[in-house]
Design a protein. Structure first.
Length: 179
């Protein structure tokens, strides 16, 4: 049996392109999750793995749909292999049911991990360069420094409740707590 697996990271994203490609490639049953790849516990993937038998194949459109790290990818494919099943990725044309496919799988997985780490390094370098030029990332503060001081004074000296201070400044109670 050929099992397809599709995954997107958020509910906003759509699985249609992946499921269509898996169906065209011959997937007889498709499991799909809407959850970040970094989360190891994925209910539909776990169901798929529980149903695997010798001779089955797990197929994905791209292997990063199955895992986000090399370690995770290798562990999942090892579990698939331990059940006597194979792994196939359509985009990378990888098929672990053959020795050459297993070799290519390990090479591609290593390259993908390297690229993810380089992207992370470049992002951090860009943030550091921006900070050195005085740019600060993130969301702007809701309360100015004088407002935060007034919130603290009202809470500590006047004994006002967090809820009343939040209403006065038109902010959430969590914002008042952080101040």
């Amino acid at each position: 049996m050929i099992f397809g697996y599709a995954r997107v990271s958020t509910d906003d994203q759509n699985l249609d392109a992946q499921t269509d490609a898996l169906e065209v490639a011959g997937a007889e049953r498709i499991f799909s999750d809407k959850i970040a790849g970094t989360v190891r516990k994925r209910p539909e993937l776990d169901k798929l793995l529980d149903q695997l038998r010798a001779g089955d194949v797990v197929m994905v459109t791209k292997y990063d749909r199955l895992a986000r790290s090399l370690k995770d990818l290798l562990e999942i494919v090892e579990e698939v292999n331990s059940r006597g099943a194979g792994f196939r990725s359509l985009a990378e044309d990888i098929d672990t049911t053959t020795p050459a496919g297993r070799l290519i799988f390990h090479v591609f997985a290593s390259i993908a991990q390297f690229e993810r780490e380089r992207i992370s390094e470049r992002t951090l370098e860009g943030l550091q360069a921006a900070r050195s030029r005085g740019r600060v990332g993130g969301r702007p503060r809701v309360l100015s420094t004088p407002q935060r001081e007034e919130v603290r004074r009202m809470r500590d000296e006047d004994g006002r409740s967090i809820a009343s201070i939040a209403r006065l400044f038109s902010v959430s109670q969590q914002t008042v707590r952080r101040a």
